[in-house]
Design a protein around this ligand. Sequence first.
Ligand code: C2E
Ligand code: CA
Ligand code: CA
Ligand code: CA
Length: 279
Amino acid sequence: AKHEGRNGYRFFTTEMQTRSERQLQLVNALSQALEREQLTVHYQPQISVINGRIVAAEALLRWYHPELGQVSPAEFIPAAEDSGLIIPIGEWVLRQAVRQARKWMLDGLDPMIIAVNLSAVQFRHSDLPNLVTRILDEEGLPAEYLELELTEGVAMHDTQNAVAVMNNLHARGVRMSIDDFGTGYSSLSQLKKFRIYKLKIDQSFVRDISTDPEDKAIVSAIIHMAKSLGLQTIAEGVETAGQLAFLREQGCDEVQGYYYSRPLPAQQFEEFARAKAMV
Ligand code: C2E
Ligand code: CA
Ligand code: CA
Ligand code: CA
């Protein structure tokens, strides 16, 4: 048993070392990603269940590094958060997304909301409301077309500060939604204090709703409780007609997922939106 333990320990440290080396390598490369123009933003439609129209587009960051290749945000966003690089990168994404939304508006696309992911680090460490207002002003987008997607952690971590920042943003007309809902520890009743208008039901609950009775029950409960609190709902990770049918039956307002479209480069998103507006 002693022998195994030692092996276990060794294995663990080697793995940790490899992980932190990878982390360091990522942070180094990421610190130059902005100036080297390796970052882009893709857009994924959020679709009304009622009429099939595009209600919003979620901005999702993409990073292509010449040697590392395409790095997943699931990997580099945590590295960006730990290193503080999320502050300049997050500001850049926000500006790109707001600028793109304004451009689509001028180009005559049907009005839609642009949804931008916000890290807890951005929420805590920068003068967020002023930054957001400045970017909206400079790019010429009315505040009601911007939605900030926050995770439950943002709201729950430093509740007093979170309430103040959300009140401030809300007063300026910016919408806020809770991302990955159901994966954190918050209850719907706790969320009442926060100025949010929409819950995004995490894709882990949506994946098996066609077959798993428990997931059906969870998703149905979230939708009905959200409704009774006056909140809208969107289901993430919708890939099949069967999932969509169940969500429609339960009264979910919107869906997002590969069933309609993957996240697309701006130009392709625009083509998708124009084609959809014609049907
Ligand atoms: P998220 O905000 O929950 O974004 C949804 C993720 O699900 C995206 O992964 C999207 O590509 C993926 N997805 C969408 N539809 C489907 C589907 O039907 N099936 C499946 N299996 N997946 C689907 P992505 O783009 O890899 O982003 C991963 C995470 O990285 C995001 O999760 C978000 O937490 C973070 N992220 C991405 N861009 C940004 C950003 O600009 N700022 C911050 N702070 N975080 C970001
Ligand atoms: Ca999101
Ligand atoms: Ca999500
Ligand atoms: Ca997520």
